[in-house]
Design a protein around this ligand. Structure first.
Ligand code: C5P
Length: 230
């Protein structure tokens, strides 16, 4: 299940920035990139078509959360764009997740967000009125995600072990918050190195700034890929 390429978070505001960044990589280097809300809403579906036309794989990180029928129709549109992976909020419910799968079809991977890492346990208990620990809520949502027939979840590398134990070994754990030793943490709070993420059983790692803001993104990418797949 493990993807040997680190997934590069293309957190750029414009199409031009993306083109400039991707041009730094040799044509034969096929990447796996994450396109998030900012870029998708700024540029539109064209950004996915462009990246796919270069032969790269795309994780479209739009975190859908709506009534089942709406999510199903939206997923059918994303499937037509040729995305390789996309996601929903597990909070939308099992019915919504099943509808998402139906709309997307069986080809692309479909994963769910459990609790956002920006949510603290205190906020969750107060605002969402969920009276468990944050870790229990994450595992609960992961179990519901597996039940709905999805492929996995977005999670912290620190949660991988508990999630796999509660679901199944090949349930995908995609983990952001990755920093090679010695690189700037930025606004991330709990980080892990690519090697540690590998050791702990992550299936996909998402890496943004350590590659996109590097002096030489190609060199940084290769070093992280080596550490992750080595
Ligand atoms: O630059 P950096 O490596 O921190 O980027 C990580 C990417 O993963 C960003 O696009 C960020 O929005 C995303 N992400 C995250 N933590 C989560 C979920 C998504 O950092 N829990």
């Amino acid at each position: 299940m493990r993807e040997t390429r680190p997934v590069i978070a293309l957190d750029f505001p414009t199409f031009e920035d993306v083109k400039t960044f991707l041009a730094l990589f040799p044509e034969e280097e096929k990447l796996y990139v994450k396109i998030g809300m900012e870029l998708y809403y700024a540029v539109g579906p064209e950004i996915v078509r462009y990246v796919k036309s270069l032969g790269h794989s795309v994780f479209l990180d739009l975190k859908l959360h709506d009534i089942p029928n709406t999510v199903k129709s939206a997923m059918a549109v994303l499937a037509n764009l040729g995305v390789d992976m996309t996601n929903v909020h597990a909070a939308g419910g099992v019915e919504m997740m099943k509808a998402a799968r139906e709309g997307l079809g069986q080809g692309p991977k479909l994963i769910a967000v459990t609790q956002l890492t920006s949510t603290s346990e205190e906020q969750m208990q107060d605002y969402q009125n969920i009276q468990t620990s944050l870790a229990q809520s994450v595992v609960h949502y992961a179990q519901k995600t597996a039940e709905a027939g999805l492929d996995g979840v977005v999670c912290s590398a620190h949660e991988v072990k508990a999630i796999k134990e509660a679901t199944r070994k090949n349930f995908i754990c995609l983990t952001p918050g990755i920093r090679p030793a010695g690189s700037a943490i930025g606004d991330q709070k709990r980080v892990m190195t690519p090697a540690d993420a590998q050791a702990i059983g992550s299936d996909y790692i998402v890496v943004g700034r350590p590659i996109t803001q590097a002096e030489d993104p190609l060199v940084a990418y290769k070093a992280i890929k080596e550490e992750w797949s080595g």
